[in-house]
Design a protein around this ligand. Sequence first.
Ligand code: ZN
Length: 117
Amino acid sequence: MHELTLLYGVADRVRKVCEENDIPHVDAIVLEVGEATAIIPDFLKDGYEIISDDYDFLRGSELIVDTIKAIGRCRKCGCVYPIVENKGHCPECDSFDKDVIEGTDFLIKEVRVMEDD
Ligand SMILES: [Zn+2]
C-alpha cells in the first residue's frame, strides 16, 4: 500500500508549513488526487486514520480527497474525453492511443486550520 508512503510525505510537508507559520494543529488536509495516478482515495483515508495518530499536529484531523477526472486526448482524432468512463478508448474512433492531459497530479491543495476568535 504505497498510499501510506505518500501520506508520510504529506505529513512531512504539512509539518514544515505548520512550523513556518506557527500553527500548532491542523483541522483538515485537502488532497487533490488524479484518477490517472493509480492512488486509491479510500486507501488514503484509511491510511490517514493510522498515520494522523503519530503526529500531535494531525491528531483528530480530517483528510479530504478531491478526485480529479482523468482526461485523455486521442492521438488519432484529437478527441478529448474522460478516460475512466470510456474505459480508456476514444469515444469517437475507438483508439486506445492517447495522451493523458489531466488527472495525473497528487498534491496538497489546502491545509485547513480553525480560526481562534
Ligand atoms: Zn479518437
